[in-house]
Design a protein around this ligand. Sequence first.
Ligand SMILES: Cc1cc2nc3c(=O)[nH]c(=O)nc-3n(C[C@H](O)[C@H](O)[C@H](O)COP(=O)(O)OP(=O)(O)OC[C@H]3O[C@@H](n4cnc5c(N)ncnc54)[C@H](O)[C@@H]3O)c2cc1C
Length: 232
Amino acid sequence: MPQTILAEVVSIEAATDFVNIVKLKPLIPAPFKAGQYLQIVLSDEDKRIFSIASAPNAELIELHIGAGPDDAYPRGALDHMSVNREVILEVGLGDAFLQHESTRPIILMAGGTGFSYTKSIADHLVHIESVNPVILYWGVKDETALYAKTEMETWAASYPNLQFIPVVENPSADWQGKTGFVHKAVMDDIASLAEYDIYLAGPFKMAGIARDDFIKHGAIKEHLYADAFAFI
Ligand SMILES: Cc1cc2nc3c(=O)[nH]c(=O)nc-3n(C[C@H](O)[C@H](O)[C@H](O)COP(=O)(O)OP(=O)(O)OC[C@H]3O[C@@H](n4cnc5c(N)ncnc54)[C@H](O)[C@@H]3O)c2cc1C
């Protein structure tokens, strides 16, 4: 059940020219599952959706908000928050949360700021000492958008069953890694997706295309999880 809580804004920091990382301290415990989202309540009629980037056990709730100068929806949410201000949140929304009982290998696939969603699940898998093999693919338009690359490389290096694979759509001449659309990189690497639980977030177009292509590539529809599916 979603719960309405008050939280204090602890920090708002630019991770890139486009992405701000917001940290919030809930004034009462904020129950949610890894992979769920929240709404920032601007008014009764205006509630703005963002994935929760932190794991449920974390002290602070973390959000990664992508906002260009003309993106009124996320910009309005950012304008609503300032350090030390209290904001109203509705937490524990969405159905694309981690399936704890599953023993299947896991693919976490993020497009751009969809990384936030995968980060919550990734952190939680470490917290619960999951033994399921996990591959986190993070697709971005260019390298500057990989604001947590070093953190995720350290994450993967620390746990033998975890892998992190960044994928850059329009790479610079210096880029050594995978290129193109992130879901294509997944399909290039893995011959059949039949045995995987796949959790994905990112642009709606990506979610729709990846769902169709992944099913053709063997993925089982019931093992594909994305809240974007409810919006497209
Ligand atoms: C439940 C929910 C929660 C949300 N939470 C957040 C949030 O926390 N923060 C936030 O900023 N937004 C959020 N959004 C909005 C939405 O997810 C973002 O607009 C989206 O992630 C923005 O991605 P981007 O612009 O960073 O990706 P882009 O930079 O546009 O794309 C990143 C990568 O995605 C892939 N991709 C993009 N387009 C295509 C395509 N047409 N075909 C194939 N692959 C493609 C490519 O690999 C590309 O490099 C949320 C939406 C919903 C429904």
